[in-house]
Ligand binder design. Structure first.
Ligand code: SF4
Length: 380
């Protein structure tokens, strides 16, 4: 983008930047790298309006990386609950612990986020986008970012008829040179960031994509880039970026709420289709035409001879990563106490499920993921 367009972009941003909890009033002030990391990670796949409250609560409880590194996964998940994509929360905690351990080893206290792309991208959950955001917004380095907002803007501004995820053969830049699709987009992102004001260009483009160059009905009349935008000049804004095939996959299954005679609920944290490593209700996939009653897969978790009653408790919809889930809920009440429960084989519940029992009154805390909480809501 030419310098006069970037100047207009900066002026637009100074007038229009929204007040956000992670954004200081002085837009030229370097940011706290920890705050940038947390806010940008929360903002991946999640709307600003949703993130706002989560961010405030998070920073109150974990104001810096050292406080976070001392927390346990269960608590971190609780503060993440509702944001989805729990692997992000798990990676945040792993990264906090790694950075703090390195700081102790190297006697660099207090611990802080690394200052190079290579070091940042070596940390769990930090990819090219987050690394670029930390380096540019917090450390004011000339580092690029590329997220969905920037992709949409570049696609329209340069009339790119391919996406970064397309096969390399499609990735031609405006000079017709084929560079691979992702690289063609990154090249434009690096151009924008090749400035002492990289931090502002990056953030302004994210904001512009969110508020003006929106997916539907871009407000070109209010856009500081309109003077150089090819899609606008050619009246083709609706054509860019090109549509991609939906990556969503449908998943139908059953979640089991298995309740022992002494009022405990079965939790598993392994061997499940979703939510690995977290306490969740046992769940499994079944076909669209699954019949009512106790499915065979369920008997891995209890002995059918000990069932006092089963109750179909409706179903719920939920999304996890690319999966569009439709899940029925089956409540199974047992005649045996938790300590005596076995699978239908007569043996202990398979250790691969890492099964535990939690008191019913502790369920909301123990099952710190929306999938399980929705299922429980159908029962109790
Ligand atoms: S002129 Fe329109 S299409 Fe082009 S960048 Fe601005 S809002 Fe997007």
């Amino acid at each position: 983008m030419e310098s006069n367009i970037l100047k207009r972009l900066r002026e637009w941003f100074k007038k229009n930047a929204a007040m956000l909890p992670w954004r200081p009033t002085d837009l030229d002030a370097p940011r706290d790298p920890y705050a940038v990391w947390i806010s940008e990670t929360m903002l991946q796949q999640t709307q600003v309006a949703t993130v706002r409250d989560y961010y405030i609560k998070w920073m109150k409880r974990f104001p810096d990386i050292e406080t976070l590194a001392k927390a346990n996964e269960e608590e971190v998940f609780r503060y993440w609950q509702g944001l989805g994509y729990y692997s992000r929360a798990r990676n945040i905690l792993r990264t906090a612990k790694t950075v703090c351990e390195q700081a102790v080893r190297q006697a660099h206290r207090p611990a802080t986020m690394p200052r190079t792309r290579k070091e940042l991208e070596a940390l769990p959950g930090i990819g090219a986008y987050t690394a670029g955001a930390i380096l540019s917004l917090a450390y004011h380095q000339r580092e690029a970012i590329l997220d969905g907002n920037l992709v949409r803007i570049f696609a329209r501004f340069y009339a790119l008829d391919f996406l970064p995820t397309d096969k390399a053969s499609a990735g031609k830049n405006t000079t017709g040179k084929n560079e691979g699709c992702a690289e063609a987009y990154w090249k434009y992102a690096r151009e924008v960031a090749d400035s002492p004001k990289a931090y502002m260009h990056n953030e302004a483009l994210m904001e512009l994509g969110r508020t003006v160059c929106k997916s539907k009905n871009p407000e070109c009349a209010n856009c500081p880039l309109s003077g150089g935008c090819r899609a606008f000049a050619e009246g083709r804004t609706g054509e860019f970026p090109p549509k991609r095939k939906s990556a969503q996959r449908e998943w139908r299954g059953t979640a089991l709420v298995v309740e022992s005679a002494d009022g405990k609920l079965l939790a598993v944290s392994a061997g499940q289709p979703f939510l690995a490593g977290q306490a969740t209700l046992p769940h499994f996939e079944h076909s669209r035409n699954a019949t009512a009653g106790i499915p065979a897969e369920a008997e891995a978790y209890f002995n059918a001879d000990n069932v006092v009653h089963t109750r179909e408790c409706g179903s719920f919809r939920h999304n996890i990563t690319v999966h569009k889930i439709e899940c029925r809920v089956l409540h199974v009440k047992l005649s045996t106490k938790a300590s005596k429960c076995v699978a239908s084989s007569g043996k202990k519940i398979d250790p691969q499920f890492n099964a535990t029992w939690v008191k019913k009154e502790d369920a909301a805390k123990a099952f710190a993921n929306s999938f399980s909480l929705k299922a429980l809501k159908n029962v109790f």
